[in-house]
Structure formats: structure tokens, C-alpha cells
Ligand binder design. Structure first.
Ligand code: ATP
Ligand code: F1X
Length: 309
């Protein structure tokens, strides 16, 4: 079983503006509304792969209702705690003329201590040995930065595998608990090492050093430059595909979805890497925060090239 945790979900509002200009009146061509937040996107990707998961977290208000209805209509199991505050709306500006993708993320309404405690208690019900818990995204005010650390520790006590996708202090604290797999992007790694990586080799060496913490697998995603997968068994460079990108939002989450699928179904390392890369590539072909289809994934997977480095 796979469970995803999204402590700070978002109604993603993607607005398409051709030739977007600041300090100017911009006419919106199209608007998309999607249920968003990293863990929720992972569950959406898994659903497209035919893999059931349970999406857990905190939701409230009209945006919260929109999100829960969307996820339920997709057939994803839900385990959200209702909050009295409105769930955030994140705005994404896509300019198809200049090929720019701009994220405007709200911080999220504060959460009470009581609700966080309730969530912690409920999270582990139904999770057993070898299940997978995906912890992804930012947290709203009121939640401590060591929340992922605490949950990963608890998961390890119960022999549950964990995947962490977070940035800043959440990442810093979380990796101390040695999750099974992490998926930092370049920016997240630079934040952690307080370094501006000019050289890919240096970045890979630094990422590799995180294996010393007890982390088993690292998928370092590099946006349009592809990705690097790192384990004790070897390191692999994944070439990016040249695609007609509609939206980059959620490409990393789709990748996490592919990784979770591969772990759950015991795919071998090469298959796991190709699966994850194809899932993210398929998602780039979709508008807004829609995840890639299984049909596109299967087609693109044949094109993914990986090289041992
Ligand atoms: N412009 C692009 N062209 C080709 N492939 C891309 C592009 N952007 C992303 N990808 C693919 O998607 C993967 C994940 O993207 P990225 O590194 O942007 O993740 P991310 O920063 O976690 O994204 P998000 O937080 O929006 O989910 C990359 O490793 C790469 O394989
Ligand atoms: O503010 P966070 O929690 O870091 O990221 C939230 C978010 O940008 O991540 C997803 C894409 O990865 C979107 O659905 C969502 O709006």
C-alpha cells in the first residue's frame, strides 16, 4: 500500500497568458483549476498508472472541498482531516509564447497543534511493514520543521518505506531520519549545501554524500537537463526528452509517483529509473497540474536513455 501525505495542499489555478509582461495589463487566455499539492499529485500519477494509493493531509473551506471532490472523482482513496481555515490557492502563470512557467505559491493557513497531533495519530493506521509513505511539499504555519523527521523515524520503527520530497529546513531535518528515497531538485540541493553548483560532477558528488546518512536512493531532478539517480549500486544519468512542454508543474511529483510505483511493484533499478523519467515527461505534455497518462508514459519510456556514470 502507498500513502501520500500533503500537509499543505493547494487549489492550483493555472492561467495561460501569451507574452506575459509585468507592469502591464495582461489578458488571460485560459484558466485551469486542479487539485494540487505535492503528495496529492503523486496520488494522481499513481492512479494514472493503475496503482491505488491513499491521499492524506489537511483540507478546509471551499478550496478544500474542491480538492477533495476532484480527488474522489478520480477514484483516489482519501484520509483528510477537515480544518476550519481555507486551503490555499496557488497561481501558476504559463506563457506559451516565451515558454515561461511562474509559480506564485501562498504559504497556507496556520494549523492548530491539536489537528497536527490528530493527523500524526491517524497517519499510521492501515500502514504495515513494507508499505510506502510519501511525504511531500511545504507545511503551513504551526507545523514544526522537524515534522518529516519525526514521521520518517516513526515509519522506520514500523518498517515502512519512506519517500521525501521537500525543501529548506524540512529537507534538512527530514534527511537526518534517513528516508528510503529522496528526490531533491538542483535548487533544493543548493539550499541544503549552501552552494551554487556550477559543475554537475560536484553536484553529484555532494548528493552522493547523502547516502552516508543511510538514505538508499536519490533521484536528483534537473528540470530540462534531465536527472541523475544515485544508489550504493551505481549512478545513472538520465537524458531529458525534447518535448512540447505545456506545463512543468508537478513533473517532479510525477517522477516521485513513478518511483513509488516501482518500489511498490519491485521493479528492477533500470526499470524504476525509466518509469520515473517517463512519468515526469508524460506530465509535461499536460496542461495545468494534470498528471501524465499511462499511454504517453509507455510511449515515452521507450525513448528514455540512461547511462551508468
Ligand atoms: N523542460 C523540460 N524538458 C524535458 N524534461 C523536463 C523538463 N522539465 C522537467 N523535466 C523532467 O521532469 C523531471 C522533474 O522535473 P523538475 O526537476 O523540474 O522537478 P521539480 O523541480 O521537483 O518540479 P515540481 O516541484 O514542479 O514537481 C526532470 O528530472 C526531467 O526528467
Ligand atoms: O509550496 P509547496 O508545497 O512547496 O509546493 C506546492 C506546489 O507548487 O507543488 C505542486 C507541484 O509540485 C503544486 O501542485 C503545488 O501548487
Amino acid at each position: 500500500m502507498i500513502k501520500t501525505l500533503t500537509l499543505n495542499p493547494a487549489l492550483d489555478k493555472t492561467i495561460i497568458i501569451e507574452s506575459f509582461r509585468i507592469n502591464n495589463l495582461n489578458r488571460i487566455k485560459k484558466v485551469h483549476k486542479d487539485a494540487g499539492g505535492k503528495g496529492i499529485n503523486v496520488s494522481k500519477m499513481l492512479k494514472n498508472l493503475g496503482q491505488q494509493s491513499t491521499a492524506a493531509g489537511l483540507l478546509g473551506g471551499a478550496a478544500g472541498n474542491f480538492i477533495i471532490n476532484e480527488i474522489k472523482s478520480l477514484g483516489i482513496k482519501t484520509e483528510f482531516i477537515k480544518t476550519s481555515r481555507e486551503t490555499r490557492t496557488n497561481t501558476k502563470i504559463v506563457d506559451p509564447v516565451n515558454n515561461t512557467f511562474t509559480d506564485l505559491n501562498e504559504s497556507g493557513s496556520p494549523i492548530s497543534f491539536r489537528q497536527i497531533e490528530e493527523l500524526k495519530t491517524k497517519l499510521f493506521t492501515n500502514l504495515k511493514t513494507d508499505d510506502i509513505l510519501v511525504l511531500a511539499g511545504s507545511v503551513p504555519a504551526g507545523v514544526d520543521n522537524d515534522i518529516y523527521f519525526e514521521l520518517i523515524k516513526e515509519a522506520k520503527n514500523r518498517k515502512i518505506k519512506t519517500i521525501l520530497d521537500a525543501d529548506g529546513p524540512l529537507f534538512e531535518a527530514g534527511i537526518e531520519a534517513a528516508p528510503t528515497l529522496i528526490k531533491p531538485n538542483e535548487h533544493e540541493l543548493e539550499l541544503y549545501f549552501k552552494k551554487d553548483f556550477k559543475d554537475l560532477k560536484m553536484m553529484i558528488r555532494k548528493a552522493e554524500s547523502l547516502l552516508d546518512n543511510g538514505i538508499k536512493m536519490i533521484m536528483l531532478s534537473l528540470g530540462e537537463n534531465g536527472a541523475v539517480f544515485i544508489t550504493e549500486q551505481g549512478k545513472y544519468k538520465i537524458d531529458p526528452l525534447k518535448l512540447n512542454v505545456k506545463s512543468t508543474v508537478g513533473a517532479g511529483d510525477a517522477m516521485v509517483g513513478g518511483l513509488a510505483y516501482a518500489l511498490e511493484n519491485n521493479l528492477n533499478l533500470r526499470e524504476m529509473i525509466k518509469f520515473a523519467a517517463a512519468a515526469s515527461s508524460a506530465t509535461l505534455l499536460r496542461d495545468g497540474t494534470e498528471m501524465g497518462s499511462l499511454k504517453d508514459l509507455k510511449r515515452l519510456k521507450k525513448l528514455i536513455r540512461i547511462t551508468e556514470i
